[in-house]
Every structure is written in C-alpha cells, then in structure tokens.
Ligand binder design. Structure first.
Ligand code: SER
Length: 320
C-alpha cells in the first residue's frame, strides 16, 4: 500500500485509521472521505479530505480517478443497533456502499479492505472458541449485511481477482472517537461515565460475554493484514479477531482497581440484549495468528489503564 482512500473516515474506526495511516504512509497519501464535513477542530482536516456518500458510485469513481489510490479501505456502515431500528436503510447503506466500493476497486485495480464483525455469527454458531469457518446464520439485519458482505468480497476475489481482505472485529474500545449505535458500545460508555460520574447504567445484562479489543490493536491488525504476503492469506474474508472476552461485572472490577467506588447498575435494552445473546461468547483467533501474525497487545486491565488515562487527558484538554 502506498496511496490509500478511506470511506467512513469520521467514524469510530475511520478516525484513528486515517491518523495512523498518515503517520506511516505520509499525510498527502491518505485521503479521508465521509458523508459529512469534519468538525472545525478535527485532526482529519490536516490532510486530504473529500465529501462522499458511498451509495453514489459516480462520485466515488470521480474521487478515485482524481486521487489515484492503490488501496481502498471501506469503513462506512451503520452499526448493529441502528441497523435493527431501520433495516431497509441499513441494507441500502451497508450493502449498496460495499458493492460500489468493490466495483470501483475492480475497475481501478485497488487492494481492498472492509471490516466484518462478530455480528456475522448467530444463535446456531458454536458460542465458545468459535472457529473462522463455521455456521453463520445471524438473526440481525447487521449480521445479514456482514455475512452477505463477506461472501461478496470472496466473490470479487475469486471472480475478478480483486485483492479483498477482511476481519471480523469484536466490540472496539477507544476514547478518541465514540462509536454510535453498536451493541458493544456499553464497554466504551462505561469508561467515560466511570470517570465523569462515578457510575454507569448498562444496557447489556450481567453475565453477557462478548469479544472486545482495544482500538490500537484493531488499527495495527488492519495494516498488518493489508501488508501481509498474499500467499499466506487463506481465510481472506474474513479473519476472526479479538483481544479479550468479558461480561459487564468484569469490566467494572477492572475499573474499580482505579476508581474503587465505581457503581454499575443495569437497565437492559431488549433489542441490544437480544443481539448480544445471539453472538458468540469467545471466538478463536488462531487462523489470524498463524497466517499473518495477529498479536494483540492489550488485555482488559491494560486497556482500562489506557482508556482512563486517555479520557482524563481529553477532558483536561477541553477544559483549557
Ligand atoms: N461493535 C459492533 C456493534 O456492536 C460489532 O460489530 O454493532
């Protein structure tokens, strides 16, 4: 990869991916695109930016023919809870955007990345040590989009030779940009509320295990996979990734090592709880480790330290 275009660049993953890629490949070689303009103080503004609605293929082609990237990272999508509230919109954005991005990659010979998710699994998937290749019968619209997306990426690779690569992300935890409309968002909100209010009310019930990962590990993994030798890539769409698995009481315990009086309460949201219950407890990441050296650095306690420090620094900066 030398010149990269990123869609959904103002989202939770996109924001940090753009900044890291600019650090590695040079500011002028990473084009950020999104459906809205960056905020006035956004660091995304320091490099190239273009407005793009991913359902508009003509505009996407225009941007690609002008910027001339050799890789496209397609991050624009609605997350699980938002998708469940408006399934038709989710289908149109998640699948419409993806097929446009794949078409443009085929036409302009771009290496291609898009994230799948643990949401691509369903209630009939083995819950523990879920393998990369297994039963995928998801029951949420987001999951239907993700499985279809995985198959579509495989198809573009086998039929047209597009170098498509993808991972199944777990819940991603970060303090730079908050997620919106995801089932795993509780594990981000809990850190912000722990510091700012000393308590948090979780919409996910105690005892509900889900895979999670710190954002630094996720960004590292995307770049490592994209740079990996093509001959080693066997499960190209998609690789299971996870840094840890926990339930709400365990993350609360980790926070209490720093904020001893932290209080965790529950007000369970049936929609997001239903989605969480349909996902695995703990996926097996050995294909990613064996084929291209995936090696996450953060466990729960290391992530807690990074999150609490990051949010403190962020709050201090906005107070000045
Ligand atoms: N974080 C995502 C969601 O909850 C999982 O892919 O929707």
């Amino acid at each position: 990869m030398e010149r990269i275009m990123i869609t959904g660049a103002l989202g939770q993953i996109g924001t940090e991916l753009v900044l890291k890629c600019r650090e590695i490949y040079g500011e002028e070689n990473v084009l950020a695109t999104d459906i809205r303009e960056p905020e006035a103080d956004s660091p995304i503004k320091d490099g190239p930016f273009a407005l793009l609605d991913v359902t508009d293929i003509t505009r996407m082609e225009e941007i690609v023919s002008e910027f001339k990237p050799d890789a496209l990272m397609h991050m624009a999508a609605l997350l699980s809870a938002t998708a469940e509230k408006n399934p038709l919109l989710a289908w149109n954005i998640n699948m419409g955007g993806l097929v446009n991005a794949l078409e443009v990659s085929r036409e302009y010979n771009l290496q291609f990345f898009t994230p799948s998710s643990i949401g691509a699994f369903g209630p009939t998937t083995p819950k523990d040590k879920t393998p990369a290749l297994t039963i995928q019968r998801p029951t949420s619209m987001y999951g239907v989009n993700k499985v279809s997306g995985e198959l579509l990426c495989e198809y573009y690779n086998s039929k047209f030779g597009v170098d498509t690569r993808s991972v199944r992300f777990p819940g991603l935890i970060s303090y730079v940009k908050e997620p919106g409309g995801g089932t795993t968002d509780y594990a981000v909100e809990i850190y912000f509320d722990a510091l700012r209010k000393g308590e948090y009310t979780s919409f996910i019930d105690k005892g509900t295990y889900m895979d999670m990962m710190f954002m630094d590990d996720a960004i590292e993994a995307i770049i490592k996979l994209m740079e990996a030798d093509g001959d080693k890539i066997k499960h190209r769409c998609a690789y299971n990734l996870s840094g840890m698995s926990f339930e709400p009481e365990e993350i609360a315990e980790s926070i209490r090592k720093h904020i001893p009086d932290f209080v965790l309460k529950y007000d369970v949201d049936p929609v997001r709880q239903g989605i969480a219950d349909s996902w695995p407890d703990r996926i097996d990441v050995s294909c990613s480790t064996d084929e291209w050296g995936f090696s996450p650095q953060y466990d729960l306690d290391a992530m807690t330290v990074a999150m609490l420090e990051g949010i403190k620094a962020k709050d201090a900066a906005t107070q000045h």
